[in-house]
Design a protein around this ligand. Structure first.
Ligand SMILES: Cc1cc2nc3c(=O)[nH]c(=O)nc-3n(C[C@H](O)[C@H](O)[C@H](O)COP(=O)(O)O)c2cc1C
Ligand SMILES: Nc1ncnc2c1ncn2[C@@H]1O[C@H](COP(=O)(O)OP(=O)(O)OP(=O)(O)O)[C@@H](O)[C@H]1O
Length: 311
């Protein structure tokens, strides 16, 4: 899979392709089904498979802080997309100028002139162009006019529920990690690079690796039994807190993970924290001692939940 960043680099994609467009946040099972169908079409027509995504996601431009929490950062999104057999990911910088393109300009300039699209597959709820004026019907009409096919992906459901990034966020909001995993087709993971914290954790006997969540709001909060990938061949068990750390008057939301039975130094490493089970909500404790007592209990709970030998 090749990543093309920005429409000014479009010439790197051969003209004529099968294409889909969207946010693909989480790369859930609905997305995976759509991509599978598209890849089969690409193979049949011997055309490259292209996925157009937007960065930032449109609502992040329009709604700023109140945009829905991200399920995947760009890096993770690309990793999941690479797992399907797509040839190119075109990552479009979604700014005011791009957002102002009318549906007709988007089709004529980008899809037809620049990409020479032969087949476009989208869900039937797909909307695009300034003011979300463009819809499936308009695409079909344009397809006839310019000579490309438009197909609507069959809606992919789980237990009668349409899988969408929104439904995954809802499951996470309800702390239903099992449901989120069923909808995603993979566990919910928070990834990032470990940075230096205040190192207070050390003094209370629970050193933690800190992942800043930056501007991104996490779709989940609280204390979790986790497994950390990216540190060797097998996952390392741990216990993590996602929150603002009210006990030490923290402000910014971050993820802190305490690894069990190892004192590996993680600074600067990129890790994937797989959330396995929720243990409790974050709380403000009256003292660091009270927090320490609770974290020791959390650790025991995590051992049970992760099926580890309880000491
Ligand atoms: C399993 C676990 C649970 C935690 N729960 C809370 C909590 O409920 N409330 C809180 O204020 N801090 C909680 N913390 C503590 C903070 O996340 C953080 O580790 C501590 O304030 C030290 O921060 P530092 O490593 O940045 O110095 C928890 C930490 C861990 C590892
Ligand atoms: N369950 C599904 N079945 C079939 N196609 C889907 C499904 N979910 C999304 N798609 C299609 O995948 C493409 C990318 O979807 P996109 O990520 O933009 O939205 P979404 O997953 O529906 O999330 P949201 O909840 O934000 O609307 C779109 O064409 C969309 O219609």
């Amino acid at each position: 899979m090749k990543l093309i960043r920005g429409i000014h680099n479009l010439s790197q994609i051969p003209r004529g392709c099968v294409l889909t467009i969207g946010n693909f946040d989480g790369v859930h099972r609905g997305h995976q089904a759509l991509l599978q169908g598209l890849c089969a079409e690409g193979a049949k027509r011997q055309l490259p498979v292209v996925v157009m995504i937007f960065e930032p996601q449109p609502l992040e431009l329009f709604a700023g802080e109140s945009a829905p929490a991200r399920l995947t950062r760009l890096r993770e999104k690309l990793r999941y997309l690479a797992d399907s057999a797509v040839d190119y990911v075109l990552c479009v910088r979604f700014d005011r100028r791009f957002a102002a393109l009318t549906a007709q300009q988007f089709i004529a300039d980008l899809l037809v002139d620049r990409l020479g699209v032969k087949l476009l597959a989208v869900g039937d709820d797909f909307r695009f162009g300034a003011g979300r004026q463009g819809d499936f019907l308009l695409l079909q009409q344009a397809g006839k006019e310019y000579g490309f096919d438009v197909t609507s992906a069959q809606t992919y459901c789980h237990d009668g529920l349409r899988i969408s990034s929104t439904s995954v966020r809802q499951a996470l909001k309800e702390d239903d990690l099992a449901q989120a995993e069923k909808l995603l087709g993979h566990p919910f993971v928070i990834s990032g690079r470990v940075v230096h914290g205040d190192e207070l954790g050390r003094t209370i006997g629970f050193p933690t690796a800190n992942l800043p969540l930056r501007r991104q709001v996490s779709p989940v909060k609280g204390v979790f039994a986790v497994e950390v990938n990216g540190l060797g061949d097998s996952p390392v068990p741990g216990v993590a807190n996602i929150g603002t750390r009210p006990t030490v008057s923290g402000v910014r939301q971050q993820l802190e993970v305490h690894l069990l039975d190892t004192n590996m130094n993680l600074y600067g490493r990129h890790i994937d924290v797989v959330l396995r089970h929720k243990i409790r909500n974050e709380q403000r404790f009256a003292s660091l001692d009270a927090l320490k007592t609770q974290i020791a209990k959390d650790e025991s709970t995590a051992r049970v939940l992760l099926g580890l030998n309880v000491e």
